[in-house]
Structure formats: structure tokens, C-alpha cells
Ligand binder design. Structure first.
Ligand code: THU
Length: 128
């Protein structure tokens, strides 16, 4: 699975976005070490903070299928530059040691970063 194929999957899942409040659609897709792909979208709630981001939807789908080893995650939204993941999602990416984050937008801009770049000095299980 290429980075572009993972982005294309995230783009497909973006269409499932449930975002009646923000109208901001986000899609994500994770690639596991076994080679499986799980997609996700943002799912909003009338109680706004209950909203789940696309990245966490995709990660939780993988983990709940027994797949905790994740190679990469792609996310996409209609942003000016490549869409950057929120802080909560970065923390969850850290929990599952996802070290390749592929940020994209609908125009075709792509930026690939590591978790260390997105979340330096992260709080981890080693701190407990
Ligand atoms: N959102 C995501 O799905 N991922 C992010 O990393 C940033 C924000 C969603 C949450 C909410 O539904 C909408 O985008 C606007 O914040």
C-alpha cells in the first residue's frame, strides 16, 4: 500500500463524515503491520466535546479488531495546506507508536511527518 493509496482511502472515508455542526469533513486511514487498512471519519455530537476525530475513529477501529501495531496513518480535509492532526489525536497516535503521519488535503498537497515532530516531549507510559 503506497502513501497515495492510504490517502485515497482516507478521502473515501471523509465522505462518511458526520459533521452537521462544523461542516468540516475529515477522513483518515491506518495501515497496520499485518497490511490491513481501517478507515474513519469525524463523528460529531450535539454535545460538542463528545465529537470523535477521524484519526481516532480509524485507530480505534484497528485496535478494536485486535490490531495494535500500526505502520502509518493518513488524514485528509479541505484545508489550505496538508491537514494537521489535533492534540488529542497526536496523543493517541503516541499510545500506539504510530510514527508515520501522512497529512493531506483535497488539492493534493501532502506532508509526511514523524510523531516526534508533531508531539515532542510526549507524555507516555514510560512516565507512569
Ligand atoms: N477534526 C478531526 O476529525 N481531526 C482533527 O485532527 C482535527 C479536527 C474534526 C473534529 C470536528 O468534527 C471538526 O474536525 C472540526 O473541528
Amino acid at each position: 500500500m503506497t502513501d497515495q493509496e492510504l490517502i485515497d482511502t482516507a478521502r473515501k472515508y471523509r465522505e462518511f463524515s458526520y459533521s452537521p455542526y462544523s461542516k468540516f469533513k475529515v477522513g483518515a486511514a491506518v495501515l497496520t503491520k499485518k497490511g490491513n487498512v481501517y478507515g474513519g471519519c469525524n463523528i460529531e455530537n450535539s454535545s460538542y466535546p463528545v465529537t470523535n476525530c477521524a484519526e481516532r475513529t480509524a485507530i480505534f477501529k484497528a485496535v478494536s479488531e485486535g490490531e495494535k501495531e500500526i505502520e502509518a496513518i493518513a488524514l485528509i480535509a479541505d484545508t489550505e495546506g496538508p491537514c494537521s492532526p489535533c492534540g488529542a489525536c497526536r496523543q493517541v497516535m503516541g499510545e500506539f507508536h504510530i510514527n508515520k503521519i501522512i497529512m493531506a488535503n483535497l488539492k493534493g498537497d501532502v506532508k509526511v511527518v514523524t510523531l516526534d515532530e508533531l508531539l515532542p516531549y510526549a507524555f507516555t507510559d514510560k512516565d507512569l
